[in-house]
Design a protein around this ligand. Sequence first.
Ligand code: AMP
Length: 426
Amino acid sequence: MAQSVKGMRDLFGKEMRWFQRIEDTARRAFERHGYQEIRTPILEESEVFHRSVGEGSDIVNKEMYEFTDRGGREVVMRPENTAGVVRAAIQHQFFASSDPRLLYYIGPMFRYERMQAGRYRQFWQIGAETFGVATPDAEVESLVMLHDFLRELGLRQLEFSINSVGTPECRPAFHAAFRAFFESRAEAFCEDCRRRIQINPMRVLDCKNASCQAALEGHPLITDHLDEDSRAHHGRLKLLLDRLGVPYRENPRLVRGLDYYTRTAFEILSSDLGAQSALVGGGRYDGLVKQLGGPDVPGFGWSIGLDRLATVLQQVAGDAPEPEVPLLIPMGPRASERALVLARELWEAGHPVRLETRGLNLKKALATANRQGVRLALLLGEGELDRGVVAAKFLDTGAQEDWPLADLPNRLATGGRGWPQVTSTS
Ligand code: AMP
């Protein structure tokens, strides 16, 4: 029997329910801030990632699904979406004016990763990008949106981990100090780090290896090498976060894995997450648009792993609420016709109802309903038709009462024995 490809899974049931709730909440939260959704293709020309994510990164070095298509084009299944969004924004001339552009995306990403808990080869990200504004104020606007979105989903133990990685101008001084530090204990670092120090020294800070993290004790801090503007920028970011009561902690080792970040870098570690790594990562990438062939437009953005977020929410809040859908069970041909018309009226009025269309007898239809956890069955037989009612049967208690057909939408909206079920957790 065919199985899904390793590292790629089907989404259904409880997990899918959380995905839907997260996506709905995200759209509401982001559109409230004036962000607009963008969807870019899954396949991009390889160059988009080689020129942005960077040759020194794990993603480009070992994780991309990269191949030559039938037309001989070098393509990549996107490992992240920021580069694609920037490519699209340049292509469609979003930057023809200097006005800010606020965009968000939701979609699958692909990385050929080593398998471990919470890591997939197809995973989902939600992200937001703010183009055209270089101020810390824009960063805080975006971070507050992210914070409030996660709170709306029910996460409470949230803390931003922040750092400044400076600008390309102030980095050489830091690199020199850091290289000197590294050389003094090079043998304590892993082989990857000895390679990283040549290509991009900051990546050493990002190494997941515990012995490398220990060897970093007392390393020079990038925040001690910031130019004046970057220091002022970082100071205002912290002041605004304080002002808004957004909890954060400074982490001088936080650098993010990608080449295009400047100044602010951040992650969210949720203590709800336990030992798993970050839930969200992002930062400022003022050089990226230009690097991809566009004008010199600043950018700030982040992305959150939907798979990991769904896992956390399942742990913290249990099952996502299911919408209650009553089952309409007609008995006999005349009732079946009437039931279709009735269901249509309910659907048009926005009421959920599922229709039993197999022409089963009542006993069998109710057995299905019970198996599927239906709480309310609406029975429509000859007797009910003659009286102009449906028999509303509550399967959890066994209680039954007649509801006049004309009053059905109203009853479904407002009740009769605790119907409808409250479906919101927030
Ligand atoms: P990154 O693009 O690497 O900064 O990742 C941003 C977020 O995407 C992470 O914090 C994770 O929540 C999520 N993520 C990254 N890679 C994976 C993966 N292989 N499987 C599941 N989630 C991932």
